[in-house]
Design a protein around this ligand. Structure first.
Ligand SMILES: *Cc1c(COP(=O)(O)O)cnc(C)c1O
Length: 385
């Protein structure tokens, strides 16, 4: 069984559970990302919500990425980690007044606006601060991302963005507002998308929308296609890097741009997922009537994706080379959904063994909670060991 490389002897003495970040993986990932997105009109904004660890943010800002934020806290964290305000976009269906004012004060690049009442509030607050707020309309293109229903965002019935029938009204409102400036259109249809035809459909939909707006004399300088590129959760060792090549090629081939138009991408998961593993120790191996359970000291409080989205994570016993056996791997939290995997193939497992729950760099550490009054997990970086 091929396993990831972990400095297992250096893990001795470290309190579990913890997040382990492989710096080589994130460096290679960003290199590949850069390699396939070199066009000067392409701008990458890292989606901070995927992993807001300060060290990861600092690394990504040092590589020249912008930031995609969904809260005032993220805007602050991004700026503290070195992201330039002029490269920050701000999305979210429920921006509070203080968050809008913070963004205005910092001079972010663009508000990705999701409703008419939000436009009204931004206009009012911008007037109060004597500013003109740069806005992009988040459009719901009604493209099905064919991904889990909890992470599909581009459908009509979704809470996000404006539906196609509402765009004209939004644009009219911006045009008659003193303190708003329409600079772009924004799209984000979902997450963990690995079928590139979904992005092709997005491009076709954007082209149609641009065409119809152009007929009404409306053009914008910026097209933001959102994020959503998926990674391979089943084979983190064989396929450690997302398909940036395929992804950017689709936009190069299918997205029709007007002269001078700039394209913005908001990638989160694809940048950070594969560099992170949750390292946990086996507390008990428990024989049930029909199953054998491995009970770990990590649970849904450290990594909620399996409980929340029924997500798959590859699990390896990094302490054992014994023959492969079948286990259910579950955490200690008092919830039946606190299960990391069913019928998982692991080298024969004993109390005290360490497991690596792979591909946990995105929506892992950042979603940790103190439910059951647990301690929050901490992070270990391979460069420090
Ligand atoms: C979550 C989110 C992203 C990033 O999604 P990934 O699937 O992690 O790439 C990008 N844009 C917006 C508006 C988001 O809400």
């Amino acid at each position: 069984m091929i396993k990831g490389t972990f400095p297992i002897d250096k893990f001795d003495g470290l309190r579990t559970p913890f997040y382990y970040y492989d710096c080589d993986v994130i460096r290679k990932t960003v290199e590949e990302l850069r390699r396939w997105s070199q066009q000067p009109i392409y701008h990458i904004h890292y989606a901070v919500k995927a992993n807001a660890n300060n060290r990861i943010l600092k690394f990504l800002s040092s590589k020249g990425l912008g930031a995609d934020c969904v809260s005032g806290g993220e805007i602050e964290a991004a700026i503290n980690a070195g992201f330039k305000p002029s490269e920050i976009v701000f999305a979210g269906v429920g921006k509070a007044d203080w968050e809008i004012e913070l963004a205005l004060e910092k001079g972010i690049f663009c508000f990705n606006v999701e409703s008419l009442p939000e436009l009204e509030v931004i206009n009012t607050l911008a007037a109060k601060h004597n500013k003109k707020a740069p806005v992009a309309i988040r459009v719901n293109p009604d493209v099905d991302a064919h991904t889990h229903s909890y992470i599909t965002t581009g459908l009509k019935e979704n809470k996000f963005g404006f539906n196609l029938s509402q765009i004209d009204e939004a644009i009219a409102f911006i045009q008659q507002s003193e303190n708003l400036q329409l600079i772009g259109l924004h799209f984000h249809i979902g997450s963990q998308i690995t079928d590139m035809t979904v992005f092709q459909h997005l491009c076709i939909s954007i082209n149609e929308i641009q065409e119809s707006l152009a007929q009404k004399g409306v053009t914008v300088e910026h097209i933001n296609v959102g994020g959503g590129l998926g990674i391979n959760y089943h084979h983190p060792n064989h396929i450690p890097i997302a398909d940036f090549e395929g992804y950017f090629k689709v936009f190069g081939l299918y997205l029709k741009l007007r002269p001078e138009q700039q394209v913005h991408f908001e990638l989160g998961r694809a940048v950070v997922a594969q560099c992170g593993s949750l390292i946990t120790e086996v507390l008990y191996v428990k024989q049930g009537e029909t199953k054998r359970f491995v009970i770990t000291d990590a649970g849904m409080t450290e990594l909620i994706r399996p409980a929340l989205y029924d997500a798959y994570h590859h699990i390896e016993n990094i302490s054992s080379e014994a023959e492969i056996e079948l286990y259910d791997v579950a955490g200690p939290i008092c919830e039946s959904s606190d299960v990391f995997g069913k019928d998982v193939l692991l080298n024969r497992t004993n109390r005290g063994d360490k497991l690596a729950i792979r591909s946990a760099g995105a929506y892992g550490e950042v979603m940790a909670s103190r439910y059951n009054l647990r301690q929050l997990p901490y992070a270990v970086f391979s460069d420090d060991l």
